[in-house]
Write a protein that binds this ligand. Structure first.
Ligand SMILES: Nc1ncnc2c1ncn2[C@@H]1O[C@H](COP(=O)(O)OP(=O)(O)O)[C@@H](O)[C@H]1O
Ligand SMILES: O=C(CO)[C@@H](O)[C@H](O)[C@H](O)[C@H](O)COP(=O)(O)O
Length: 470
């Protein structure tokens, strides 16, 4: 690998499920410092023409618009000093585009910008179109990760079988962050890191290759699979100035947001990382040289995700994190509107968090898995121990926050953390950073000291990877 940046500035980008975050990171005598950062909600959810209510799609244009807004908010002077760009984003999802027509470059207020052109919606990791019956009708992957709905390759199979004309309009595919890298560097063939490839399914991370033979035999359009490279490598250079960032700036291969959040804070083997953004993850790093079992245990709640330099993380990856609270807030907003009142969602968050801070010992018990979990997709949420005296917003919010943390800890139990020598919990993700009740529940349930990060962790992690390249 080539040498990393010395004195220059690195731009980190994270294309999350709810928001886009950017961070300008500088190397100083005190170490790496976040000079500027910005975050914008994408408001990108949109209906699915092909999958109906089962679908969970986002409008790629809105994601890129939020990215453009974030970059336009950063100081031009600093952007002109950017030597490398590190990009991460929501894993598992897939976006399709037409090669050579993936975007249009136009002149924006802060210099050239690109806008999506012949690009599909992003089918996200939350998509539910592939039922357990559909998944079991597919060829058995040769991968240590169980295939699940919302994984890129499962989504391609779904289009192939249910809506084959859709695929005819496109000749390239990747995660949304792979798409951004491909547009910035004008890659003829999309490039994907091992981290994101493993999140699509039908990928063998031991030999770092797609299950091409298995896929070809069933007529899978293998030409849509990106080339695969190592996390930390350079994908290319920008083909144009972009928001003041010079043309020719090096762009790293796109990474998983989860791995970048972990990278931004994990320093000791005895640390566990708890990340809560739209989703939630609790993770520990596996010893160097660890190889996951060749075949997964579909009933296990712990998955092994590729990290950096051939290492793995053992992860309880929950589909029920900040999105559970977001759904609750949305429900309250809708009920309030039906009753004839308008209240902003940000005000609801502030009020329910304040109310729950006043209710420490609710007995109400919420099992919060409204989105199911990958190892138990059919086990949805439930509420028990409902007493008439514990129905206030404060009680319910407290129980909801407790339920989210308890659910995550049931997937990777405290006992296992202790056995592996965990001594500290590092908390990351903006849902945690912005919610004191969640933090209180973390500290109540996990018997370790907890240290918190900031709310742009994955963007910072993506930038740090660029600095630390060998
Ligand atoms: N005003 C708020 N106060 C507290 N928490 C919030 C607020 N707005 C959103 N959240 C939480 O933050 C989560 C989204 O976090 P974010 O970091 O933007 O996600 P992602 O990285 O997946 O894009 C939401 O699901 C919600 O739980
Ligand atoms: O899909 C999940 C759910 O935990 C994970 O497997 C995965 O690592 C990611 O976190 C997803 O990329 C979603 O990320 P985020 O937007 O919630 O931060």
């Amino acid at each position: 690998m080539e040498g990393g940046p010395d004195s220059a500035c690195v731009l980190g980008i994270d294309l999350g499920t709810t928001s886009v975050k950017v961070a300008l990171v500088l190397r100083t005598e005190q170490g790496l410092v976040v000079a500027e950062s910005c975050s914008r909600e994408t408001q990108a959810y949109t209906s699915s023409v092909e999958a109906g209510l089962q679908g969970m799609e986002q409008d790629s244009r809105r994601i890129i618009r939020a990215l453009n807004e974030c970059l336009a908010a950063l100081p031009q002077q600093q952007l002109q000093r950017v030597s490398h760009i590190g990009i991460s984003g929501q894993m598992h999802g897939i976006v399709f585009w037409k090669r050579d027509q993936g975007c249009k470059w136009t002149e924006g207020a802060t210099g050239p910008v690109f806008e999506p052109d012949k690009v599909s919606h992003l089918v996200t990791w939350q998509d539910g179109r592939c039922s357990p019956a559909f998944l079991s009708s597919l060829p058995l992957p040769q991968s240590h990760i169980s295939l699940a709905t919302g994984f890129g390759c499962a989504t391609i199979y779904w289009y192939l079988k249910k809506s084959p004309d859709f695929l005819k309009s496109y000749d390239a595919a990747g995660t949304i962050h792979d798409y951004v890298v491909a547009m910035l560097c004008d890659l003829k063939k999309p490039l994907m890191s091992v981290q994101n490839a493993a999140s699509w399914g039908y990928f063998n991370s031991r030999n770092k290759s797609w299950n091409t033979d298995i896929l070809k035999k069933s007529g899978f359009p293998v030409h849509l699979l990106p080339e695969v490279g190592d996390p930390g490598s350079i994908a290319g250079r920008t083909i144009s100035a972009w928001h003041g960032i010079p043309k020719g700036t090096k762009v790293g291969i796109a990474l998983g947001d989860f791995q970048c959040s972990v990278y931004s804070c994990l320093t000791e083997r005895t640390d566990a990382v708890l990340n809560i953004s739209t989703s939630a993850q609790l993770t520990i790093s596996m010893p160097s040289g660890f190889q996951p079992p060749e075949t997964p245990d579909p009933s296990s709640a712990v998955t092994y995700f590729p990290y950096f330099d051939g290492d793995y993380l053992a992860v309880a990856a929950s589909l029920n994190g900040g999105n559970v609270l977001a759904t609750f807030v949305d429900m309250v907003a809708q009920w309030t509107a039906e009753l004839g009142f308008q209240i902003q969602e940000s005000a609801i968050y502030a009020k329910i968090i304040k109310a729950a801070l006043g209710q420490n010992d609710s007995h109400l018990s919420v099992h919060p898995t409204i989105f199911g979990e990958r190892h138990t997709p059919e086990q949805l949420a439930s509420v028990t121990s409902i007493a008439a005296s514990e129905l206030s917003l404060g009680h319910v919010t407290r129980a909801l926050c407790r339920g989210v943390i308890e659910n995550l800890c049931s997937m990777l139990p405290v006992q296992r953390l202790m056995e592996t020598g965990v001594r500290r919990i590092l908390g990351s993700g903006s849902a945690l950073a912005r919610n004191e009740v969640l933090r209180q529940e973390v500290e109540r349930i996990l018997p370790f000291p907890v240290v918190y990060g900031k709310d742009v962790d994955a963007a910072v992690g993506a930038a740090m990877v660029m600095f630390h390249r060998k």
